[in-house]
Design a protein. Structure first.
Length: 309
Protein backbone atom coordinates (compact mmCIF):
# COMPACT_ATOMS: atom_id res chain seq x y z
CA UNK A 1 0.00 0.00 0.00
CA UNK A 2 1.73 3.14 -1.21
CA UNK A 3 0.73 6.72 -1.77
CA UNK A 4 -0.39 7.95 -5.21
CA UNK A 5 2.42 7.80 -7.74
CA UNK A 6 4.24 11.10 -7.95
CA UNK A 7 2.39 12.56 -4.97
CA UNK A 8 4.38 14.69 -2.52
CA UNK A 9 1.69 14.42 0.14
CA UNK A 10 2.54 12.55 3.34
CA UNK A 11 1.25 9.04 3.89
CA UNK A 12 -2.43 9.06 4.92
CA UNK A 13 -3.34 9.04 8.60
CA UNK A 14 -6.44 7.01 7.68
CA UNK A 15 -6.61 4.30 5.03
CA UNK A 16 -10.06 3.16 3.92
CA UNK A 17 -10.38 -0.14 2.06
CA UNK A 18 -13.75 -0.42 0.36
CA UNK A 19 -15.93 -0.29 -2.70
CA UNK A 20 -16.44 2.75 -4.91
CA UNK A 21 -19.38 2.95 -7.26
CA UNK A 22 -21.89 5.26 -8.85
CA UNK A 23 -25.24 5.68 -7.09
CA UNK A 24 -28.04 6.10 -9.64
CA UNK A 25 -31.01 7.74 -7.93
CA UNK A 26 -34.36 7.98 -9.67
CA UNK A 27 -36.02 11.39 -9.35
CA UNK A 28 -39.07 13.03 -10.91
CA UNK A 29 -36.72 14.69 -13.39
CA UNK A 30 -35.04 11.41 -14.29
CA UNK A 31 -32.01 9.47 -13.00
CA UNK A 32 -29.24 11.38 -11.26
CA UNK A 33 -25.77 9.92 -10.68
CA UNK A 34 -23.57 10.45 -7.62
CA UNK A 35 -20.26 8.97 -6.53
CA UNK A 36 -20.99 6.47 -3.77
CA UNK A 37 -20.24 3.18 -2.10
CA UNK A 38 -19.68 2.79 1.62
CA UNK A 39 -15.89 2.83 1.42
CA UNK A 40 -15.80 5.86 -0.83
CA UNK A 41 -18.39 7.70 1.30
CA UNK A 42 -16.42 7.17 4.50
CA UNK A 43 -13.17 8.29 2.85
CA UNK A 44 -14.86 11.34 1.33
CA UNK A 45 -16.44 12.23 4.68
CA UNK A 46 -13.07 11.98 6.37
CA UNK A 47 -11.51 14.23 3.75
CA UNK A 48 -14.27 16.81 4.18
CA UNK A 49 -13.54 16.82 7.92
CA UNK A 50 -9.88 17.51 7.27
CA UNK A 51 -8.40 14.06 7.89
CA UNK A 52 -5.46 13.03 5.71
CA UNK A 53 -7.11 10.05 4.01
CA UNK A 54 -6.30 7.45 1.39
CA UNK A 55 -8.76 5.10 -0.33
CA UNK A 56 -7.82 1.63 -1.60
CA UNK A 57 -10.55 0.60 -4.04
CA UNK A 58 -11.24 -0.64 -7.59
CA UNK A 59 -12.72 1.18 -10.59
CA UNK A 60 -13.26 0.71 -14.30
CA UNK A 61 -11.48 2.66 -17.03
CA UNK A 62 -14.53 4.77 -17.89
CA UNK A 63 -16.23 8.14 -17.42
CA UNK A 64 -17.85 7.03 -14.17
CA UNK A 65 -14.42 6.27 -12.73
CA UNK A 66 -13.28 9.75 -13.68
CA UNK A 67 -16.29 11.22 -11.88
CA UNK A 68 -15.26 9.28 -8.77
CA UNK A 69 -11.67 10.51 -9.04
CA UNK A 70 -12.85 14.11 -9.27
CA UNK A 71 -15.18 13.57 -6.32
CA UNK A 72 -12.31 12.28 -4.16
CA UNK A 73 -10.01 15.07 -5.33
CA UNK A 74 -12.55 17.65 -4.16
CA UNK A 75 -12.06 16.36 -0.59
CA UNK A 76 -8.28 15.89 -0.96
CA UNK A 77 -8.62 12.10 -0.61
CA UNK A 78 -5.70 10.16 -2.08
CA UNK A 79 -6.72 7.35 -4.43
CA UNK A 80 -4.14 4.67 -3.68
CA UNK A 81 -2.43 2.81 -6.56
CA UNK A 82 -4.03 -0.12 -8.35
CA UNK A 83 -7.57 1.29 -8.47
CA UNK A 84 -8.28 0.70 -12.18
CA UNK A 85 -8.88 -3.05 -12.39
CA UNK A 86 -12.48 -3.52 -13.60
CA UNK A 87 -14.06 -3.70 -17.04
CA UNK A 88 -16.53 -1.04 -15.86
CA UNK A 89 -17.16 0.95 -12.70
CA UNK A 90 -19.72 -0.63 -10.37
CA UNK A 91 -23.17 0.92 -9.86
CA UNK A 92 -26.00 0.90 -7.32
CA UNK A 93 -29.49 1.98 -8.40
CA UNK A 94 -31.40 3.48 -5.47
CA UNK A 95 -35.16 3.64 -4.98
CA UNK A 96 -36.30 6.07 -2.28
CA UNK A 97 -39.47 5.54 -0.22
CA UNK A 98 -41.67 8.29 1.25
CA UNK A 99 -39.32 8.73 4.24
CA UNK A 100 -36.22 9.11 2.09
CA UNK A 101 -34.86 5.67 2.95
CA UNK A 102 -33.08 3.96 0.07
CA UNK A 103 -33.21 0.42 -1.32
CA UNK A 104 -30.37 -0.52 -3.69
CA UNK A 105 -29.96 -2.79 -6.71
CA UNK A 106 -26.24 -3.45 -7.20
CA UNK A 107 -24.10 -4.20 -10.24
CA UNK A 108 -20.77 -4.63 -8.48
CA UNK A 109 -17.48 -6.46 -8.80
CA UNK A 110 -14.90 -6.53 -6.00
CA UNK A 111 -11.46 -7.78 -7.07
CA UNK A 112 -9.07 -6.06 -4.70
CA UNK A 113 -5.42 -7.01 -5.30
CA UNK A 114 -3.20 -8.42 -2.58
CA UNK A 115 -2.25 -5.54 -0.29
CA UNK A 116 1.48 -4.84 0.15
CA UNK A 117 1.79 -2.30 2.99
CA UNK A 118 4.67 0.17 2.97
CA UNK A 119 3.50 2.35 5.89
CA UNK A 120 1.29 2.13 8.98
CA UNK A 121 -1.68 4.51 9.15
CA UNK A 122 -3.15 5.67 12.44
CA UNK A 123 -6.53 4.17 11.52
CA UNK A 124 -7.54 1.48 9.01
CA UNK A 125 -11.25 1.38 8.12
CA UNK A 126 -13.21 -1.12 6.08
CA UNK A 127 -16.74 -2.42 5.78
CA UNK A 128 -19.83 -3.19 3.79
CA UNK A 129 -19.64 -5.26 0.60
CA UNK A 130 -15.84 -5.11 0.57
CA UNK A 131 -15.74 -7.49 3.54
CA UNK A 132 -18.28 -9.98 2.14
CA UNK A 133 -17.76 -10.19 -1.64
CA UNK A 134 -15.01 -12.42 -2.95
CA UNK A 135 -12.35 -12.48 -4.18
CA UNK A 136 -11.62 -9.08 -2.63
CA UNK A 137 -12.93 -9.82 0.86
CA UNK A 138 -10.16 -12.33 1.58
CA UNK A 139 -7.55 -9.70 0.77
CA UNK A 140 -9.31 -7.17 3.02
CA UNK A 141 -9.02 -9.54 5.98
CA UNK A 142 -5.41 -10.23 5.08
CA UNK A 143 -4.68 -6.51 5.32
CA UNK A 144 -6.55 -6.30 8.63
CA UNK A 145 -4.46 -9.16 10.03
CA UNK A 146 -1.27 -7.36 9.02
CA UNK A 147 -2.36 -4.10 10.67
CA UNK A 148 -3.90 -5.70 13.77
CA UNK A 149 -2.13 -4.33 16.83
CA UNK A 150 -0.30 -1.75 14.72
CA UNK A 151 -3.12 0.78 14.35
CA UNK A 152 -6.78 1.29 15.25
CA UNK A 153 -9.05 -0.77 12.98
CA UNK A 154 -12.68 0.27 12.48
CA UNK A 155 -15.40 -1.77 10.77
CA UNK A 156 -18.97 -1.13 9.59
CA UNK A 157 -20.67 -4.23 8.10
CA UNK A 158 -23.42 -2.13 6.45
CA UNK A 159 -25.36 -5.31 5.64
CA UNK A 160 -26.83 -5.75 2.13
CA UNK A 161 -28.62 -9.04 2.77
CA UNK A 162 -29.82 -9.58 -0.82
CA UNK A 163 -26.20 -9.56 -2.03
CA UNK A 164 -24.20 -11.29 0.69
CA UNK A 165 -26.44 -14.36 0.65
CA UNK A 166 -26.57 -17.12 3.26
CA UNK A 167 -27.20 -15.79 6.77
CA UNK A 168 -25.01 -18.29 8.62
CA UNK A 169 -22.05 -17.68 6.31
CA UNK A 170 -22.52 -13.91 6.49
CA UNK A 171 -22.63 -14.00 10.29
CA UNK A 172 -19.46 -16.08 10.32
CA UNK A 173 -17.76 -13.61 7.97
CA UNK A 174 -18.90 -10.67 10.08
CA UNK A 175 -17.53 -12.20 13.28
CA UNK A 176 -14.22 -13.14 11.65
CA UNK A 177 -13.86 -9.53 10.48
CA UNK A 178 -15.01 -8.05 13.79
CA UNK A 179 -12.36 -10.07 15.66
CA UNK A 180 -9.72 -8.10 13.77
CA UNK A 181 -11.33 -4.75 14.66
CA UNK A 182 -11.07 -2.32 17.57
CA UNK A 183 -14.30 -0.46 16.75
CA UNK A 184 -17.46 -1.88 15.16
CA UNK A 185 -20.27 0.41 14.07
CA UNK A 186 -23.53 -1.06 12.79
CA UNK A 187 -27.13 0.02 12.35
CA UNK A 188 -30.00 -1.42 14.36
CA UNK A 189 -31.15 -3.10 11.11
CA UNK A 190 -27.72 -4.70 10.72
CA UNK A 191 -27.87 -5.92 14.32
CA UNK A 192 -31.35 -7.40 13.88
CA UNK A 193 -30.38 -9.18 10.67
CA UNK A 194 -27.14 -10.58 12.06
CA UNK A 195 -28.61 -11.63 15.41
CA UNK A 196 -32.39 -12.04 15.12
CA UNK A 197 -34.17 -12.11 18.45
CA UNK A 198 -31.42 -10.31 20.38
CA UNK A 199 -31.75 -6.78 21.73
CA UNK A 200 -29.22 -4.06 21.00
CA UNK A 201 -27.36 -4.49 24.29
CA UNK A 202 -27.16 -8.26 23.79
CA UNK A 203 -25.78 -7.82 20.26
CA UNK A 204 -23.21 -5.33 21.52
CA UNK A 205 -22.15 -7.67 24.31
CA UNK A 206 -21.71 -10.52 21.85
CA UNK A 207 -19.53 -8.36 19.60
CA UNK A 208 -17.46 -7.07 22.54
CA UNK A 209 -16.81 -10.70 23.49
CA UNK A 210 -15.05 -11.09 20.12
CA UNK A 211 -12.35 -8.74 21.42
CA UNK A 212 -13.78 -5.48 20.04
CA UNK A 213 -13.18 -2.40 22.22
CA UNK A 214 -16.15 -0.26 21.14
CA UNK A 215 -19.50 -1.09 19.55
CA UNK A 216 -21.77 1.68 18.24
CA UNK A 217 -25.32 0.82 17.17
CA UNK A 218 -27.16 3.55 15.27
CA UNK A 219 -30.93 3.82 14.98
CA UNK A 220 -31.52 6.83 12.74
CA UNK A 221 -33.72 9.45 14.35
CA UNK A 222 -33.80 7.39 17.55
CA UNK A 223 -30.12 8.09 18.18
CA UNK A 224 -27.28 5.68 18.87
CA UNK A 225 -26.03 3.46 21.68
CA UNK A 226 -22.32 3.06 22.33
CA UNK A 227 -20.75 0.28 24.35
CA UNK A 228 -17.29 -0.55 25.65
CA UNK A 229 -16.18 -3.13 28.18
CA UNK A 230 -16.64 -0.60 31.00
CA UNK A 231 -19.22 1.88 29.73
CA UNK A 232 -22.51 2.37 27.89
CA UNK A 233 -24.16 5.58 26.70
CA UNK A 234 -27.16 6.61 24.63
CA UNK A 235 -26.75 9.62 22.34
CA UNK A 236 -29.85 11.35 21.00
CA UNK A 237 -30.01 12.28 17.31
CA UNK A 238 -30.49 15.98 16.48
CA UNK A 239 -34.00 16.79 15.27
CA UNK A 240 -33.84 17.67 11.58
CA UNK A 241 -36.02 17.53 8.48
CA UNK A 242 -34.68 14.68 6.36
CA UNK A 243 -34.27 14.92 2.59
CA UNK A 244 -33.04 11.31 2.41
CA UNK A 245 -30.87 8.98 4.48
CA UNK A 246 -28.27 8.20 1.81
CA UNK A 247 -24.79 8.23 3.37
CA UNK A 248 -25.93 9.04 6.92
CA UNK A 249 -24.30 5.98 8.47
CA UNK A 250 -21.10 6.62 6.52
CA UNK A 251 -21.01 10.22 7.80
CA UNK A 252 -21.43 8.92 11.34
CA UNK A 253 -18.49 6.58 10.77
CA UNK A 254 -16.28 9.30 9.23
CA UNK A 255 -16.86 11.61 12.17
CA UNK A 256 -16.29 8.82 14.68
CA UNK A 257 -12.92 8.02 13.07
CA UNK A 258 -11.97 11.71 13.07
CA UNK A 259 -12.75 11.79 16.78
CA UNK A 260 -10.47 8.83 17.39
CA UNK A 261 -7.68 10.61 15.50
CA UNK A 262 -7.95 13.74 17.63
CA UNK A 263 -8.81 12.23 21.02
CA UNK A 264 -5.76 11.26 23.05
CA UNK A 265 -7.70 9.20 25.58
CA UNK A 266 -7.89 5.53 24.59
CA UNK A 267 -9.94 4.21 27.49
CA UNK A 268 -13.41 4.67 25.88
CA UNK A 269 -15.07 5.70 29.12
CA UNK A 270 -18.55 7.24 29.33
CA UNK A 271 -17.26 10.76 28.69
CA UNK A 272 -15.31 9.78 25.60
CA UNK A 273 -18.08 7.60 24.17
CA UNK A 274 -20.57 10.42 24.61
CA UNK A 275 -18.23 12.90 22.95
CA UNK A 276 -17.52 10.63 19.99
CA UNK A 277 -21.19 9.72 19.59
CA UNK A 278 -22.48 13.28 19.86
CA UNK A 279 -20.18 14.61 17.15
CA UNK A 280 -20.89 11.60 14.90
CA UNK A 281 -24.64 12.05 15.34
CA UNK A 282 -24.36 15.71 14.39
CA UNK A 283 -22.47 14.80 11.21
CA UNK A 284 -25.12 12.24 10.24
CA UNK A 285 -27.91 14.74 10.93
CA UNK A 286 -26.37 17.30 8.58
CA UNK A 287 -26.08 14.65 5.86
CA UNK A 288 -29.75 13.64 5.97
CA UNK A 289 -30.88 17.24 5.46
CA UNK A 290 -29.59 17.17 1.88
CA UNK A 291 -29.84 14.73 -0.99
CA UNK A 292 -27.25 12.06 -1.62
CA UNK A 293 -24.13 11.17 0.36
CA UNK A 294 -23.19 14.78 1.08
CA UNK A 295 -21.34 14.85 4.42
CA UNK A 296 -20.44 18.02 6.31
CA UNK A 297 -17.21 19.95 6.16
CA UNK A 298 -15.30 20.50 9.38
CA UNK A 299 -16.64 24.05 9.53
CA UNK A 300 -20.26 22.97 9.05
CA UNK A 301 -19.88 20.39 11.80
CA UNK A 302 -18.31 22.90 14.21
CA UNK A 303 -21.13 25.37 13.54
CA UNK A 304 -23.82 22.72 14.10
CA UNK A 305 -22.24 21.65 17.38
CA UNK A 306 -21.94 25.26 18.52
CA UNK A 307 -25.66 25.83 17.90
CA UNK A 308 -26.66 22.67 19.78
CA UNK A 309 -24.41 23.27 22.79
Amino acid sequence: MTTTSGSQRPNPDVVVIGESLIDIITTSAGPVEFAGGSGLNVAYGLGRLGANTGLLTVLGADKRAEAIRQHLDSAAVQLLPGATRLSRTSTATASLDSTGSAEYAFDIEWTLPQVSPTFIPKVLHTGSLATFLEPGATHVRSAMKFFSGRCVITYDPNIRSHIIGDHAQAQQTFEATARLSNVVKLSDEDATWLYPGLGTAEVARRILELGVQVVAVTAGAEGSDLYSESSQVHVAAPKVKAADTVGAGDSYMSSFITGILTDSRPDFDVEQLRRLGTVAAAAAAITVTRHGANPPTARELREALAVSS
